[in-house]
Design a protein around this ligand. Sequence first.
Ligand code: 5GP
Ligand code: ZN
Length: 114
Amino acid sequence: MSDDCIFCSIVAGDIPGRVVHETETTLAFLDVNPLARGHTLVIPKAHHARLDDLPADVASDLFAAVHELTPRVEAAVDADATTVGINDGEAAGQEVPHVHVHLVPRFDGDGGGP
Ligand code: 5GP
Ligand code: ZN
């Protein structure tokens, strides 16, 4: 837990998050500023800033959650596909320094990705 991390605060329940899935080591919740209906963020509960900081078992749990959730989110919003993405590092557009995977539902003809 990092005191000034917004995603750690969601994990701790100190600020609200619209949680859609939870395991012992991961949490998934709706993005507050969605790029598309159903835009979901999947995170490890433990604070790690970069992908390379994740222990292998945490990375594995994170991908398992992504694997399980992608078709479920897609079905929930009746999407045609999903863009699965990680902005890993500030220069890549990472604004929240707690590893997170974006699941962005995509719709036929929606005109380009994030
Ligand atoms: P990044 O640019 O770091 O890859 O993406 C950060 C994402 O976190 C953005 O899509 C942004 O909308 C989302 N976000 C930032 N603050 C909050 C918050 O307090 N709650 C939720 N649910 N999402 C947030
Ligand atoms: Zn954090």
